[in-house]
Design a protein around this ligand. Structure first.
Ligand code: CU
Length: 264
């Protein structure tokens, strides 16, 4: 069984990072759709750019907003499967528990040239395993080839206000809750993960969304009978996956470490 793991030994962290770097250096499969795709990793950013209006936050297609969690569930599973099958990764997709960790996966972007209120970075990331990463897609919904450095703009102020919230009766994802909080705590105004379209450019995106997936499961298990089918929108969106088949992670063969009142 796979498991999104909470605590990784140093050798497991290195194995995960090298698998991410591996798919960043394998050929992409969607360059005929997104001309800026230069690697398998870029396929995920291109796909995310393409679906953001439908599955992320948009008044353009409100009926699909309820598919947020199921969509990210299958997106993360596919990413994890790539790490394993294309890059011989033997671990599981880790998640970033914001209530515990405030560092890792490299440092902030270089600071702005002068004092700018609320900005701590915004420039290129120059430390950590992804200091030399080239981001090819974005920003925003552009899929024009645009190679540049990975940027971050840490916002401790926002993190303190958003990543300490409680999963209550409803999973409120609109506004500045823990979802946007995780994006903007690292991305601030000028970091790649702060961009709602091209945010997967920063590999920490996948750890943030694995934690989102985990919290969805915590919320579902809190009242399983009522919540196991609790989504808005159509029950089937495309020909590959039926949404009813991804509502229960136990049927997807992965699980999370117990926590936040949830025990498996
Ligand atoms: Cu997100």
């Amino acid at each position: 069984m796979l498991c999104y793991r909470r605590s990784l030994a140093d050798n497991e962290k290195l194995e995960h990072i090298s698998a991410v770097k591996c798919i960043q250096n394998l050929p992409g499969k969607t360059d005929s759709i997104y001309p800026s795709v230069r690697a398998r990793y870029d396929d995920y950013t291109g796909l995310h750019i393409n679906i953001t209006d439908n599955y992320h936050f948009s008044a353009k297609n409100a009926i699909l907003q309820g598919l947020f969690h199921p969509w990210y569930c299958i997106y993360l599973l596919t990413y994890e499967e790539d790490l394993r099958t294309l890059c011989n990764y033997t671990g599981a997709q880790p998640y970033w528990d914001w209530t515990i960790d405030a560092h890792g996966f490299g440092g902030n972007g270089l600071p702005p040239p002068g004092p700018v209120p609320y900005m701590t970075g915004g420039g290129c990331v120059t430390t950590g395993p992804f200091a030399d990463l080239t981001v090819n897609l974005g920003p925003w919904n552009s899929t024009v080839y645009n190679p540049r450095c990975l940027t971050r703009d840490f916002s401790p102020w926002l993190a303190a206000r958003t990543l300490n919230s409680t999963v209550g009766p409803g999973l409120n994802l609109t506004g500045l809750t823990y979802h946007a909080g995780g994006h903007l705590a690292v991305g601030g105004d000028f970091g790649d993960i702060g961009n709602s379209y091209s945010s997967p450019s920063d590999p920490i995106f996948f750890l943030h969304h694995a934690n989102m997936d985990r919290l969805w499961n915590v919320w579902q298990r809190g009242a399983w009978a009522a919540r196991k089918e609790d989504i808005a929108g159509p029950m089937s969106k495309d020909r590959f996956v039926k949404i009813r088949d991804i509502m229960d992670i136990k049927e997807l063969c992965y699980f999370y470490k117990d926590g936040y009142g949830y025990s498996s």
